[in-house]
Design a binder for this molecule. Sequence first.
Ligand code: SF4
Length: 707
Amino acid sequence: MDPHGHVVDDFDARPDGALRANVRKRDDALAQCIRDCRVVKYHRRVQNASRRQTVMLKGYWGRILRVDLNRRTCTVEKLARGIIARFLGGRGLAAWYYFNEISSEVDAFSPANTLFFMTGPLTGTDLPGGTRFQLATKSPETRMYLCSSCGGDFATRLKEAGFDGLVISGKASDWTWLSIVDDTVSFHDARGLLGFTSNLTRDALREAVGDAKAGTLSIGPAAERLVRISCINVDERALGRGGAGAIMGSKLLKGVAVHGSKRCPLADPERVGRIRESVTARLRKSAGAWEGRSTLQYIEPINELGCMPTRNFQTGTFEGASGVDIFAARKRARVLNTGCLRCPVACGMSCEVRSGKYAGSRARPEYESVALLGPNCGVADFAAIVKAHQLCDELGLDTMSAGHAVALTMELYERGLITGKDTNGIEARFGNAESLIGVIRLIGERAAIGNLLAEGMYHVKRVRPEWRPYILDVKGMPFAGYDPRGFHGNALTYGTSNRGACHNIGGWTIRAELQDERQDRYGLSGKGALVKRIQDIRAYQDSIGICSVVCDAYGFTQDPTGDVLEAVTGLPLTSKLLRIGERVYTIERMILNREGIRRRDDQLPERITKEALSTGATKGRMLTAEMYAAMLDEYYMLRGWNADGVVKEETVRKLGLSPRSLWKAANAKKQYSRPPRHFGCDRRCSERGSPTRKDLQCGGSSRPCRM
Ligand code: SF4
């Protein structure tokens, strides 16, 4: 029981598979809690003083909502026009804010650390895939810059409330949750929600604001205990990697609910409507590739290619892969394709185990989660993986980092480096499904070895240097679900990704390495260029506010085409997207350089550079430190970084990232929304950017237009 007399989760006492029973038992407590939450302690109406100053661009509100938990204040600040032109939105904007406000000395759990949630111009536009937003903050897991992308309803609702971004700083004096209903921001008592799982918190918040579809951020019990691999749940999805959930925990912020009723104006709504129809039709045709498959369809081919992380990356083929692939999923569980708001692709899949020991367990497993909770822990039972995934969801843990932590524990146990005393009696051996579930619980509760694992691999490597050979990470972030010895481009991706060993923002090279005839997956030459290109593409896609899976349908590829961005914003931005992507990736590296990241931090772990794979298609394959260094040199050269991985001054200038250039961008006077005035004429030209008198509708001046 918490101080309010509400039932608090007790994971020790809770029997396996009892989530729904647990929910029923707590119905009364939940209802009471919702009643408590309605007691608004502080209720602030956002000042609209800045509305006059806001950017009148289409596709943006030009308003960023700032919430200070210390003082319980909220303000709206203007979004600088020059910054939009440079960073577009989403990931670019989040990096820009972090660059300006979070110094290298700020600790992840300090009140000075800030959560920057930023949407893009296409977020909330009703376009398929237009649900994405980005988070930037100092990561508790890696102790450096973190950016993370997510879908769900939250970003759409934030845009409907009239904001392009939400910035949360400070630390509340007691557990709080926030509601944002259009221009009204309220601070609520969240003590009654303590111990609630992320999903229960989400439901409670939605009920409290009276909107079953309100966008929500919520954390689970692990984040309350400051477990550094905990995630922020975003509606039914999650900002998984990097431990951002623990930052909300450190700020005593249990959740955020957003409801909005506005529509962001578009430059050409009719054209946007036509694009929506044609893209939806195109996506419907391709949706068959996901029907009943989801990303679980990759388990089989990745295993055959010899790149399946198996028993803590000791081998690249898993003999039990047929027990965890998409066919096993359909056999063992009721599966249902799921998708984001208005997306016809529906690339996700929800699973509910039909029968057996784990009957009733539910989760939405993706390839990464299954690879790292299953084969990487030697577990070949799909039902057990769903159970482990559900437990991670309840606790609010990142499934990928949790999979690594369990695999490390199992290897240490089998090598005799830890014993049952360290695991509270759990026999942590590879393949033991009960151990998988048991160790996840230890992490969520910070019990026994779980207390150490809860600090993340960055910390584990420092306090237990003798375990380093068994830790698979870069910059404190554990690997994604592909063995890089089988795809050397992927190795470079892990090494140079701006948030540690991540396949997403680091550039998912696997498709190109397999399908492009010019690429050899074991080759070294050209990998620097490939990785850079994919990273830049991903950086601009993440800045637009659109899901990367559907980007091709809009023409957001390595040669950006299509007119949706112009139709939404009215600005000719498409041709500049690759440059914007490069700028975003570079400013992120400048942040990392400021935080002390150099070439030594871009290195791969010993297991990859010193041990050859022993089975399957990749048998005998290794990526030595010399081979890796050759790829890294090419990459640094193409990026315009020096040999130590520091961004060169000329690159900073070339990309418009010098302090002077950024200052000018942030203080630019140009009003994009208004037709430019001509020199010598006080009339406005409806043909923005018309360069000569001949083109001017007003015919008022022979001098060039200011645009
Ligand atoms: S493709 Fe998948 S992740 Fe992307 S918007 Fe559609 S359902 Fe969501």
